[in-house]
Every structure is written in C-alpha cells, then in structure tokens.
Design a binder for this molecule. Structure first.
Ligand SMILES: NC(=O)c1ccc[n+]([C@@H]2O[C@H](COP(=O)([O-])OP(=O)(O)OC[C@H]3O[C@@H](n4cnc5c(N)ncnc54)[C@H](OP(=O)(O)O)[C@@H]3O)[C@@H](O)[C@H]2O)c1
Length: 328
C-alpha cells in the first residue's frame, strides 16, 4: 500500500523528510508541498529531487499555489505539518491541521505551537473523523518518547518525568563547565556552530523546554497543563562561578524540566546534579526519564534536533499511521 503525504514547510525538517522519503523505499509518495511563498500539487507524486533543487534556489514551487491550496486541494492521506512554531496561538499551523482533519486526513507534525496549546481539541476533532494526530517530533527530536509512552510502556502508571529537553542550553552549560567560558562566550560559540538561533530567547529562558514539558504532561496525564502554569527559570543569568562551585562538589548544572503531578509540580530550572546522574551528558543531546509503576525508571537519550534526526521521528509517525490504517 502506498501512503500519500502533503508536506507543509520546506525548512530544515521539511527538506530532511523529503530527502529521507526519496532515499528510502518506504512506500510513501509526496503529492503536495508548500513553503511560505509557493506550493506544488501532483496526485501521482512529485519528483522530490526536482522539488529539493528548486528549493535550493528559492521557492519550492509555483507562487500562485499557497499552503492553504495544498491543504484544501492535494490528494493525501497524511498532512505533514512542519512550519515554524507559533507558541502564542499555534497559527497558521492550527488552521491547516483542522482543515486537513475536516477532510479526513491524518496529521503528523513537529510543530510545538498547536500541540502544546490545542492537543485535546485536535484529538477530539480527529476522533470524530476517525483519523490520528501524531507529534513524536515535537519533543526530543529523534528520541521515540511518544511511541514509548503509547506502546512500549502501555499499561504503566507514570509518577513523574524529568529531562533535558533543550540541546542549546545543554551545550552552553557543558562548555561553561568544561572550559570556564562565560554564558555570553558559550552562547556565541553555540551560535557559530548553528546550535543556537540568532534570537536564542526561547531556548535560554527555558520557554522551549517548558513547551515540551507541557506536551509531555498532557500526553501522559491529560491534566490540562499549559505554559502559564510552568514555573520557569532559564540559564541566561547563570555565572561561571556557579558552575565552578558545583564542580567542586563533583556536581554540575543542567536545565531540568520536571513534572510531579501528585505534588502539582511543573518546572523548568537550572539544577545542581551529580556528574554520574543519567541526565548529565555533553553537547546537544536530549534525555527524558520516566518513573513508572511496572517498568521502574526508564531514561531515553538521543539527538534532540537536526534535519535527518527530526525526519526520523516524522517518518516513524507516518509509518505508524500507515500500519494502523492497514490493520483497520
Ligand atoms: N529543526 C529542528 O531540528 C526541529 C526539531 C524539532 C522540531 N522542530 C520544529 O519543526 C518545525 C520546522 O522547523 P524547521 O527547523 O524546519 O524550521 P525552518 O527551517 O524555519 O523552516 C520552516 C519552513 O516553513 C515554511 N513556512 C513558514 N511559514 C509558512 C506558512 N505559513 N505556510 C507554509 N510554509 C511556511 C518556511 O518557508 P520559506 O522556506 O519560504 O521561508 C520554511 O520552509 C518548527 O515548528 C520547529 O519548532 C524543528
């Protein structure tokens, strides 16, 4: 069975998804694509190589076709929504997703905006239409945390979760501890290497990690978690001295996102932790620890971002839906 997808967003993630679909024989064809200025539709399947080379020189398609046209008119089983995150109201991705669900299409997304704000509503709409909303790529990049929650650990009760959910912060803290760099020096280095955005506010102030914590909490406990209920402290005021003092006690500092639902705790903050703790590792990796009743403590660790790494999560979701459709 061939699965047809339309891809909205042709940035790092969208291009990674197209490259992997074209390189691997996965039974996926792409019948629509769009970026912010153009779109392309072909019910028989687009020539992915041509789309990618056209994108290299500017727009991916025809300027008279919009993303909305692709959502409304392309023939697809799954809408792959990988446009920028809008944490304020989730738009325009939220509207694209609702329109696709209304048409009876499944959704796969890496977009944290609509999922952190409207997961319950999207799941309700999808349920009414008998389709699925999958969002593995919104948290932890390549780490299969959602599959683990929904499948591998199905039947467990979850008492708590904590993790390192932002690779940029982890990189900065690693470099401050290892080389005695100041926060500004480590941030400048992270920017040079492409690990930090030109405007790193969301990352260094802990907001990105908090949004991911909200998505995890709502997925696990369906407890109405929202960004304004997360107690957030970033790493932007941390000094080299604080890291040095932690080092003297064989500890270090990491930006930890944590949820303890019984105590009403939803928090992102720099924490002093022992160097031999599973959540202490170098560079841009992410990790999530789950406390469960049957499986005990489980920690997943892996690449938290990147074009191909995020494509891995998106393709996992597409193939999950494909096998779900086949078995129903
Ligand atoms: N990069 C990662 O490693 C990573 C990891 C996990 C999750 N995510 C999330 O995945 C999403 C995509 O990330 P990215 O790094 O690929 O972003 P990106 O490089 O900034 O690319 C965004 C793409 O979306 C297109 N776009 C913008 N507004 C649009 C609109 N209204 N309609 C259709 N397309 C639109 C842009 O078009 P133009 O090309 O015309 O500008 C661009 O192609 C974001 O929500 C991000 O938070 C990213």
């Amino acid at each position: 069975m061939t699965i047809r997808v339309a891809v909205l967003g042709m940035g790092s993630v969208g291009k990674g998804v197209l490259e992997m679909i074209s390189r691997k024989d996965l039974g996926i064809i792409v019948t629509g694509v769009a970026d912010s200025k153009s779109g392309l539709i072909d019910p028989k399947g687009l020539d992915i190589g041509a789309v990618l080379s056209s994108k290299k020189t500017g727009a991916c398609g025809n300027p008279s076709i919009t993303a909305k046209d692709v959502v409304a008119c392309a023939d697809y089983d799954i809408l792959v929504e990988v446009t920028p995150t809008n944490a304020g109201n989730g738009e325009p991705a939220l509207s694209y997703m609702k329109m696709a669900i209304e048409r009876g299409s499944h959704i796969v997304t890496s977009n944290k905006g609509p999922i952190s704000l409207y997961l319950k509503e999207l799941n309700r709409l999808a349920g009414e239409k008998g389709v699925l909303v999958r969002y593995e790529a919104t948290v932890g990049g390549a780490i299969p945390i959602m599959h683990t929650l929904g499948n591998g650990l199905a039947g467990n009760e979850f008492q708590a979760l904590y993790g390192v959910l932002n690779g940029t912060c982890n990189y900065i803290l690693t470099r401050m501890a290892a080389e005695g760099l100041t926060y500004d020096q480590a941030l400048a280095e992270a920017r040079e290497l492409g690990y930090a955005e030109a405007d790193p506010t969301y990352d260094v102030k802990g907001i990105d990690a908090a949004i991911k914590l909200v998505i995890l909490a709502n997925t696990i406990w369906d407890n109405g978690a929202s960004l304004d209920r997360v107690d957030i402290t970033g790493i932007d005021l941390l000094t080299t001295d604080a890291l040095r003092l932690a080092e003297e006690k064989d500890c270090t500092i990491r930006l930890i996102a944590e949820a303890f639902p019984e105590r009403g705790v939803l928090r992102v903050s720099p924490r002093i932790i022992r160097k031999d703790h599973p959540l202490v590792f170098e560079g841009t990796l992410n990790a999530i620890t789950l406390e469960t009743d049957m499986a005990g403590e489980i920690t997943l660790i892996g690449k938290g971002a990147g074009s191909v790494e995020t494509a891995s999560a998106i393709i996992g979701d597409i193939l999950f839906i494909s096998s779900h459709v086949r078995s129903n």
